[in-house]
Design a protein around this ligand. Sequence first.
Ligand SMILES: O[C@H]1[C@H](O)[C@@H](O)[C@H](O)[C@@H](O)[C@H]1O
Length: 619
Amino acid sequence: MSNRTGSRRQKAAEDGERSLIGPPSGHAGESVRDQDASTTPFFVYLLAFFSALGGFLFGYDTGVVSGAMLLLKKEMHLSALWQELLVSSTVGAAALSALSGGFLNGWLGRRICILIASFIFCGGGIVMAVALSKVVLLVGRITVGLGIGIASMTVPVYIAEVSPPHLRGQLVTINSLFITGGQFIASVVDGAFSYLSHDGWRYMLGLSILPAVLQFFGFIFLPESPRWLLQKGRSQEARQVLGRIRGGQNIEEEYDTIRTSIEEEENETGSGGVVILRILSYGPTRRALIVGCGLQMFQQLSGINTVMYYSATILQMAGVREDKQAIWLAGATSATNFVFTLVGVWLVERVGRRKLTLGSLLGTGLSLTLLAVGFLLSAQHSPPVTLHPVDFHNSTCRLYESCEPCMLDPDCGFCYLENDAGVFNSSCVPVSPASTDSAAWGRCSNRTEESFSPYWAYNYCPTSYSWVVLLGLILYLASFAPGMGTMPWTVNSEIYPLWARSTGNACSAGVNWIFNVLVSLTFLHVAEYLTYYGAFFLYAGLVVLGLLFVLCCLPETKGLQLEEIENLFARRLCSCGDLPASDDNHVHYIRSSDYRPAHYGAVDSDCAIAYITVSTASW
Ligand SMILES: O[C@H]1[C@H](O)[C@@H](O)[C@H](O)[C@@H](O)[C@H]1O
């Protein structure tokens, strides 16, 4: 490693240490690091807002489809396979385009990629709104998926690169707020247009054109990231943009740090070759990639999309029988997700990324356990099947003695009457091949709104323990949203050096989408084999693994400049134990047990201390 690298590392380490301990004294001029919110130019917020519209579209297009599907399946006579295709094609396309977005980002820049994404969103929205056949609809869904993938990896990178360090976490987390905001607005739109039985879905799917157009025109006037410009050797432009987004602050220190960092990175890792291979063969970036992809994987393995998707059924279990009511109450679920993401935006610069993620994982694990216990109690007290009508088709449904095994069989549903004393006159009968909303034959095949008409429960059982499940659901969203919902995106936007940032984010966003598809496609099968409580216990177990991963591998990046963060990955990853006392770059590592506040200032004394570097002079 070059001496210059050593000295930059040392300087950055000292700066990093200072930023954790408190503001430096006797610093000439006000640097970006010392700014506070009152001196942050409005322009930075404007940039964050227009970029985060990409997050909004991500949330809207992934969220709106469930409500649209209720109308579409009736109007276009969609089979279960087509419904599945229309939902997962978007997520699959997002995975592919997120992975290829890294190349586009490095080549064309962040701004052009955001423009491309908004253009694609517009195109996809128009195709869906005017679609006359399910094939055209599928083309539209795949198109918006391509837009979502590019936006999901570009927007956090762009915001991180234009933000001043003290606000970066908050501004990048605003993108996550827009994602959950998009999901919430989608559920409101779904609710409102569900009353329009003819063509309501066209408005639901087509409305995404509006924010896409707004973003497209906004970005025509907004600048490219100064870091990308500098990397491409366009230093004059970079200086101008930096000056503009820092609103007349002293930009020299930041400009020099970025420039030196680019030069040294080129010396260290070379500038040619396939970026992903360079990332994998260079220790600090390989470790950062493991942390970034691991966080995204555990975000999806915590089961957020299953819980959100399944919330309508959870609400039905809790006694909400009407379709329309269930749609509106599912809106309440996405509203809860949104409100608690706001808590994340508020907390990220106060408590830091690491503590926020750890706390969130702990709460998520506990609430998943509560959800599982709720399902377990419901299963143990599952109502018995009391009527056994003659089944001429000899289906498997006639074999079940209670609701639980009947509801776990995807071909059967539970038909019953209910009064104050509970469930009575219940049977397990085959589901209609045309729609899961009714039975294939018998009293639940043509139900009316009359009070003596029987209830049809597909995919759930009536239970008096639904309040435990409901409580679990609310606690889950309250703990997941502020940390695990937001931090994987935020942390990924800041842990890679400039040359690896696009590719690193492309890989981690790709991992997010791949696990998103995997978890949602496997949920019903997992539930069939392990039952619902088994599935939720499984997610809780995966969250415990995630907790250990974060505990040992995620350093704190709060307050550091992007160029300083790579130093956090300079040494061995994933350790809370012994670390070497020094290395040839005059960088020392201390164990939390050796930590004395009198010597090192008031910094956190948990495992993150292992990453705090102290120069030889101050040792
Ligand atoms: O961060 C987001 C958010 O938590 C969403 O609610 C979820 O649907 C996405 O999968 C996730 O990436």
